[in-house]
Design a binder for this molecule. Structure first.
Ligand code: ADP
Ligand code: ADP
Ligand code: ZN
Length: 209
């Protein structure tokens, strides 16, 4: 099953992709995680991507398309995958259609006001990609999966968050119509509890809870 998770920053794509992938035993392909890892490792891609990410802008299409094309060609993707954070522009979606067969697109819908609150309280593990919200950490500062110290992403600061929401509405939201026209879109209310959202996604994918 080849699935895309589509939605604004903070909609819960990463949180849900991680859970659904564990359940279905398929890899989560998070372009944000791949880029942050590249920055951490100081690779050429990381150097190229950093200024865009810090400004809340999208990394150029040609950079990200090649990364995803290579990743999907790897063996572990043969039995299906979830794309979390890709595509984010119509040219990315068009490129994807030349090297992948997508079965479903899950749109996680959440209002902007809720997103601002979620993003400003988000804490992440840059080692394993786990995501938390300060409201559920009770002051804990380490990743409960791998023990690494949790951090606030530089692009989750208030001024950058508003940029990212604008970028989403301008450049990524047109993909809703793009995939609707292809009969692939399944819209899920992302503003319900994590467990209800999880169950709704599984149902939309036709998978057993
Ligand atoms: P995205 O990958 O779409 O940017 P995340 O999965 O990183 O979103 O979630 C953003 C923030 O919102 C995180 O702090 C996460 O813990 C929190 N969050 C995710 N899903 C929910 C939910 N259903 N209700 C409340 N908070 C949530
Ligand atoms: P979020 O979880 O908040 O939606 P991501 O972790 O997916 O954010 O992405 C963080 C940043 O990485 C984006 O703001 C953008 O700069 C860059 N990025 C991630 N995926 C893409 C993509 N498909 N195209 C262009 N830039 C991307
Ligand atoms: Zn971790």
């Amino acid at each position: 099953m080849n699935v895309i998770f589509l939605g604004p920053p903070g909609a819960g794509k990463g949180t849900q992709a991680q859970k659904i992938c564990a359940k279905l035993n398929i890899p989560q392909i998070s372009t944000g995680d791949i880029l942050r890892r590249a920055i951490k490792d100081g690779t050429e891609t990381g150097l190229k991507a950093k200024s865009y990410i810090d400004a809340g802008k999208l990394v150029p299409d040609e950079v990200i398309i090649d990364i995803v094309k290579e990743r999907l060609a790897m063996e572990d993707c043969a039995g299906g995958y979830i794309l979390d954070g890709f595509p984010r522009t119509v040219p990315q979606a068009e490129a994807l259609s030349t090297f992948a067969d997508i079965d479903s697109v899950i749109e996680l819908a959440v209002e902007d006001q809720v997103l601002v609150n979620r993003l400003s309280g988000r804490r992440v593990c840059l080692n394993c990609g786990a995501t938390y919200h300060i409201s559920m950490l009770n002051g804990r500062e380490e990743c409960s999966v791998c023990g690494e110290k949790l951090v606030q992403r530089a692009d989750d600061k208030a001024e950058t968050v508003l940029n990212r929401l604008t970028v989403y509405h301008d450049q990524t939201a047109p993909l809703i119509g793009f995939y609707e026209a292809r009969g692939l879109l399944k819209k899920i209310d992302g503003d319900q509890g994590m467990d209800n959202t999880f169950a709704a996604i599984l149902k939309a994918l036709g998978a057993e809870a």
